[in-house]
Design a protein around this ligand. Structure first.
Ligand code: ADP
Ligand code: MG
Ligand code: ZN
Length: 627
């Protein structure tokens, strides 16, 4: 099930071209030699006059005569051979008769006639001309292959390289059963499956079918797996292509690949086109500073064109996966394109146990194996990591010639997987866990208490990227308008983690650094873009987009030093106010803060319902999700 088994072969090196030419020349020489050898008459074949042949027939020394074209080949009874030239105008028996051989003598000698129009004769006469042509074609073919190896793709230009998974292929079939956890994601995707299975039901009622589904989540959270499971459940063809495969040397190749891919998918509809790692082509398109990557932009444009070009009843659904939803071009996320977004989180304890269970199928375990313990010990591990644990465990057991995998093997593989690159941040120490729990509880509680903040969806201390945990509170759909009050509450909420850490532990970690950045830039935008500061008033000092250079935003400053100082003053006023608000909330509700934090330490992830239970028990009314 490893999607990486389909890698391109490694590219041959340049000296190979020389090798190939040498080989070609060698083959050419060999063929020439063989040709002359086989067509040459051996030295032991004696040339004879036709009269001698007649004499031999009369003598009865001939075993067999073979006539082929103008040649008469004679096999004598004493195993010698002879060759003679025939008169072209008359047949052999006629000629022999003329030389005085009686008809009885002629019939007593077997004569085999190979007709001149025989296939072999024809081939043999044409081969000398064809051979060089073949050779040139062969050489050309070799060079072409070589060129392809060099990544030029000159001769397969646009053809899509998509891998197709056939719905009838039982061996590679993946279904939702093979994906543990990810409940919400599966729920969303079931709808897609439903549609692919029974499009008529939806179309008849006039429903517009989503064209694109974007799966976001950290590496190894099962995005690729889930996409394949959708195809498996729906039993439709699945066209799988990776974003990085679009990017080729020649401009235009990516775009024509996209065209081919979609053409194939439409032919096979209902079907799924899956573009893995779409961030490779779908990053925010630059405004030209520093030179954009034309190839990428064209590919991306083509994807957009294809998606827009779908007829309303086209039964092709485009799925895409990315680790970095934040860098995607906004054009991709517009309604009518990837308008469904499915977020995949790192698994929590229960999910980890389920994933381990899935990957223990077909693995013989010793009595002492306890997957729950393994799940407890692997906070922050992704599905792919857990898969590795199981695999490493099996390898360890096999290496020590045991027939069953023991708990001890699995525990050792945890370390092995953890020691892998960049896994250190995964494992939270007990103290880190506590700090993270209070930090996230701080965010969540401020959000629940302040009237204009968004409701809390989920709180988790399962680490995510550089952050220790996360609090999910944004409604998934984009908002058009946001008010000043909402922004102020948002900023206070962002500072909730910082305030909680300071209050509870009397110290601050590097954990909230990202929160501070987010809050500060929001405050700054309020002042400089949206005219939300009374000091500065309704002036937009900065434009919305800014330019991008080397992937980072650069803002053109269009104001003086004095205004700049004024801005800084306003920003820090907003931040300080927000800090005070957050501090007040958390001080007043310290008891609730403790309750949320301790529950988090216990279960790691709180879904909305569980979270609401805690705050309701402490007299806070949970908010309804805003429309
Ligand atoms: P991504 O595409 O998100 O980087 P993959 O889908 O390639 O991750 O997952 C890699 C492997 O990890 C899968 O092939 C599967 O074996 C395992 N895996 C990941 N998530 C899950 C899950 N939820 N349930 C079962 N296995 C999983
Ligand atoms: Mg993947
Ligand atoms: Zn935070």
């Amino acid at each position: 099930m490893n999607p990486k088994t389909n890698k391109k072969p490694t590219q041959p090196k340049i000296p190979n071209i020389m090798n190939q030419i040498v080989i070609a020349i060698f083959i050419f020489m060999a063929i020439t030699v063989a040709y002359t050898f086989f067509t040459k008459k051996g030295d032991d074949v004696k040339k004879m006059a036709i009269s001698d042949v007649a004499k031999s027939v009369v003598d009865g020394t001939i075993e067999k005569i073979t006539v082929s074209g103008g040649d008469i080949n004679i096999d004598f009874k004493d195993k010698t051979k002879g060759i003679a030239k025939k008169e072209l105008e008359s047949s052999l028996s006629e000629t022999l008769y003329n030389y005085g051989v009686t008809p009885a003598q002629i019939t007593s000698t077997p004569i085999e006639i190979k007709t001149e129009s025989g296939f072999m004769y024809w081939i043999l006469s044409i081969l000398p001309f064809l051979l060089p042509v073949f050779l040139i074609m062969f050489l050309f073919w070799m060079l072409t292959r070589q060129a392809k190896g060099q990544g030029m793709q000159a001769f397969t230009f646009g053809q899509s390289k998509a891998r197709i998974t056939d719905p009838d292929d039982k061996n590679n079939k993946v279904t939702f059963k093979d994906v543990a956890g990810a409940k919400e994601a599966k729920e969303e995707l079931k709808e897609i499956v439903d549609f692919l299975k029974n499009p008529k039901k939806f179309l008849d009622i006039g429903a517009r079918i989503p064209k694109g589904v974007l799966l976001t989540g950290q590496p190894g959270t099962g995005k690729t797996l889930l996409a394949r499971a959708v195809a498996g459940e729906a039993e439709v063809p699945f066209f799988h292509l990776s974003g990085s495969e679009f990017v080729e040397m020649f401009v235009g190749v990516g775009a024509s690949r996209v065209r081919d891919l979609f053409k194939m998918a439409k032919k096979a509809a209902p079907s799924i086109v899956f573009i893995d790692e779409i961030d490779a082509v779908g990053r925010v398109r630059g405004t030209g500073v520093g030179g954009g990557n034309d190839e990428r932009e064209q590919t991306l444009n083509q994807i957009l064109v294809e998606m827009d070009g779908f007829e309303p009843n086209e039964k092709v659904i485009v799925m895409a996966a990315t680790n970095r939803g934040d860098v995607l071009d906004p054009a991709l996320l517009r309604p009518g394109r990837f308008d469904r977004r499915v977020l995949l989180d790192l698994p929590d304890r229960k999910d980890r146990e389920d994933i381990l269970a899935i990957h223990s199928r077909k693995k013989p375990f010793a009595e002492d194996v306890n997957l729950k313990v393994i799940a407890e010990r692997t906070p922050g591990f992704s599905g792919a990591d857990l898969f590795s644990i199981m695999n490493e465990g099996a390898i360890l057991a096999a290496r020590e010639d045991r027939k069953k995998i023991a708990q001890f093997d699995l525990v050792r593989s945890i370390e092995k997987v953890m020691m892998g690159p960049e896994r250190k941040s995964h494992l939270l120490s007990k103290q880190e866990k506590e700090i993270t729990a209070y930090h996230e509880a701080g965010h969540a509680l401020v959000a629940s208490v302040l009237p204009h903040a968004d409701p809390v969806h989920k709180v988790s201390i399962v680490s995510r990227g550089s952050a220790g945990g996360y609090t999910l509170k944004l409604p998934l759909e984009e908002r058009r308008l946001q008010s000043k009050k909402e922004f102020l509450d948002d900023i206070a909420m962002s500072l909730g983690g910082y305030v909680a850490e300071e209050m509870v532990f009397g110290d601050i970690t590097t954990g909230p650094s990202n929160d501070l950045q987010v809050a500060t830039s929001l405050a700054r935008a309020m002042v400089t873009r949206w005219g939300m500061s009374s000091e500065i008033g309704p002036i937009a000092l900065e434009s919305d987009g800014g330019r991008t250079m080397f992937g980072q935003g650069v803002n053109d400053k269009e104001y003086s030093e004095r205004v700049s100082a004024l801005i800084d003053g306003e920003v820090s006023k907003i931040m300080n106010n927000a800090f005070a608000v957050a501090k007040q909330v958390l001080t007043e509700k310290r008891k609730v803060l403790d309750a949320i934090a301790s529950k988090l330490i216990e279960v790691e992830t709180l879904e909305q319902a569980e979270y609401n239970e805690i705050i309701v028990a402490n007299g806070i009314v949970p908010k309804k999700r805003k429309k």
